[in-house]
Design a binder for this molecule. Sequence first.
Ligand SMILES: [Zn+2]
Length: 238
Amino acid sequence: MSTPYPHPPYPAHPYPQPGAPYPPVSGPGCEVCGALPAAPVTVRGHQGMVVVMRFTRRRGTLCRPCALAVFRQTQRDTLVRGWWGVLSLVVTPVVLLLNLGALARIRRLPAPVTAVWRPPLDPGRPLLRRPAGLLPLAVLAALAVAVPVLIAAGGSEEPSGVRFQPRRNTEPLSVGACAHNDREWPHQDLRNVPCDSPDAQYLITDQHNGYCADGDYYAHLQYSADGVTPLCLHPVRN
Ligand SMILES: [Zn+2]
């Protein structure tokens, strides 16, 4: 079924990344939040238990923020629980270093341009910037190995838009009106604005046959009047 709204020749991207090619928005979405683009990610963990040890593996198709959250959580768990065994003292730095390959792949993923059924995971702060307990433990356990790994894993700052901030706008959106996002994509902090306002970024529409039109975005559920049917956001300008 065709959309009653004029459609751009290709999907409009309201948050273009300077110098970046047009991001791919097809293929499987993130398993956690549904956002695109997403890619297969595998992060390994290790737990030493004095005489035995345990290897863990977290694998999935994830968007950049969700993958970064899984990576940081797993590295943190390995840094805390990895060292407790003679063999584990050797295995843990190897596992931490192997994960840096996964981190490089995660960082090559563009930021999500769609969000479907829930917000992405919060990557939190880079490991090196987390307070209390973690760093002294890791430093004591394997000073020479852990510090370079930590620096490589947590040294660079994420763009501030990836962080969660309190949502300011909680009013449901009005179909037929326009909306402005006060947050940087993929986060949504949407408010109703008149369509003739310079702030208007999206025309708010209902779904057609259960889907938004190609190139449209899905508003988070809390912005619909019934709280269960996502509204569509049709870009009205770039
Ligand atoms: Zn995600």
